[in-house]
Design a protein around this ligand. Structure first.
Ligand code: ADP
Ligand code: MN
Ligand code: MN
Ligand code: MN
Length: 371
């Protein structure tokens, strides 16, 4: 791989040690900073803004409802621009520490109707239904992503041309194989501090491509945990002057794309002989393939079309398939589950930029509620 100096992000050039002088200033006990975070009109972008609270919030209901200018986030028109922020989950703030918090919010329009990109609303309805609650659905999501330089090329790639072919980079070690591990390590720690159940990470097949895993998270928490982990990732990379893309196919051709494999199980699947329930879930998913593909990226299949080509460890977007330990199928049953006759399944179709609320909603409605 040829050498290239990190280009022109002003963030990378700022002296970060200066900030510590101000972060070392004592913070008044009765002043808590809350970073309200929400999904914008693209269904993929995150926005956030800060306010001061006078009390430490223990639950979302302790936090005030707030508003923002939806005409600046592709979510409203200027003449009727206010969108409501309803706090729904609280995490510790790994950037400001102390008692400060990150607050994940749902968005509601001026009529108090969920915004088009508030996929959490419907997901929560499904997760709150008695039949779903009883099954305690677990999700483990593998978030793949790629670091970009500010010019849009993958970080560390030569300006003209390409790095050496894929092969040595996956789970690699060494300066000729691995790019920006600092950000990966910082993100892992920050997630643990925040209370996000991050459970692993690895360098991916394409140089500058990485993955981390969240879970198992129960029900609605899966979506909450993944969205907050994405916020933390973008926020840390920003400090390093690096861009994170969740585009499912950042470089066309035989360079691997990025997915967000969703590992899913119910109480019945995890219990002895749960394999029968797994098989039944796969049968039901087969009948909903087209619908699921529409739910598995923010552009209703258009993004995944570039990724799910049937090559680069993917299945074809047009076909539904399943198999044991098979990475060219839509659904993979892990070898250990086939052997133990219980466990979980892996839905390999969700795009890296999917909304996890849409994915987990589709899975429980199809597999548990049989809708
Ligand atoms: P892969 O072999 O596909 O790369 P990973 O190790 O990257 O798998 O990810 C496995 C994911 O499966 C993790 O997110 C983990 O939390 C999740 N997982 C493990 N057991 C279960 C289960 N019973 N139900 C749901 N998810 C699970
Ligand atoms: Mn993985
Ligand atoms: Mn992977
Ligand atoms: Mn996987």
């Amino acid at each position: 791989m040829s050498r290239k100096i990190l280009r022109s992000s002003p963030n990378a050039a700022l002296d970060k040690t200066l900030l510590n002088r101000y972060l070392d200033l004592p913070q008044p006990d009765d002043k808590i900073l809350a970073e309200y975070i929400w999904i914008d009109g693209t269904g993929e972008g995150l926005r956030s803004k800060t306010r001061t609270l006078n009390n430490i919030p223990n639950k979302p209901a302790d936090l005030p409802i707030w508003t923002y200018d939806g005409s600046s986030t592709y979510q409203a028109h200027g003449e009727n621009s206010e969108v409501f922020l309803h706090p729904v989950a609280i995490y510790k703030d790994p950037f400001r520490c102390n008692n400060n918090v990150l607050v994940l919010c749902e968005t509601y329009d001026f009529n108090h109707i969920p915004c088009a990109t508030n996929k959490r609303f419907k997901c929560r309805e499904a997760m709150d239904s008695p039949a779903v609650k009883k099954e305690e659905p677990w999700f483990g999501i593998e978030q793949e992503y790629t670091f970009l330089d500010v010019d849009g090329r993958p970080l560390g790639w030569p300006e003209n041309g390409f790095p050496g072919p894929q092969g040595p980079y996956y789970c690699g070690v060494g300066a000729d194989k691995v790019i920006a591990r600092e950000i990966v390590e910082a993100h892992y720690r920050a997630c643990l501090y925040a209370g996000v159940p991050i459970c692993g990470t690895n360098a991916e097949v394409m140089p500058s491509q990485w993955e981390y895993q969240i879970g198992p998270s129960v029900g609605i928490n899966a979506g909450d945990d993944l969205w907050i982990s994405r916020f933390i990732l973008h926020r840390i990379a920003e400090e390093f002057g690096v861009v994170v893309t969740l585009d499912p196919k950042p470089i066309s051709g035989t360079w691997n794309g990025s997915g967000a494999h969703c590992n899913f199980s119910t109480k019945t699947m995890r219990a002895p002989n749960g394999i029968e329930e797994i098989d039944q879930a796969i049968d039901r998913m087969k009948n909903r393939h087209v619908e699921h593909i529409r739910a598995y990226d923010p552009r209703e299949g258009k993004d995944n079309e570039r990724r799910l080509t049937g090559i680069c460890e993917t299945s074809s977007i047009h076909d539904f398939s399943a198999g044991v330990a098979n990475r060219t199928t839509s659904i993979r049953i892990p070898r250990s589950c086939a052997e133990q006759k219980c466990g979980y399944l892996e839905d390999r179709r969700p795009s890296s930029n999917c909304d996890p609320y849409s994915v987990t909603n589709a899975l429980v409605r199809t597999c548990i509620l049989n809708q």
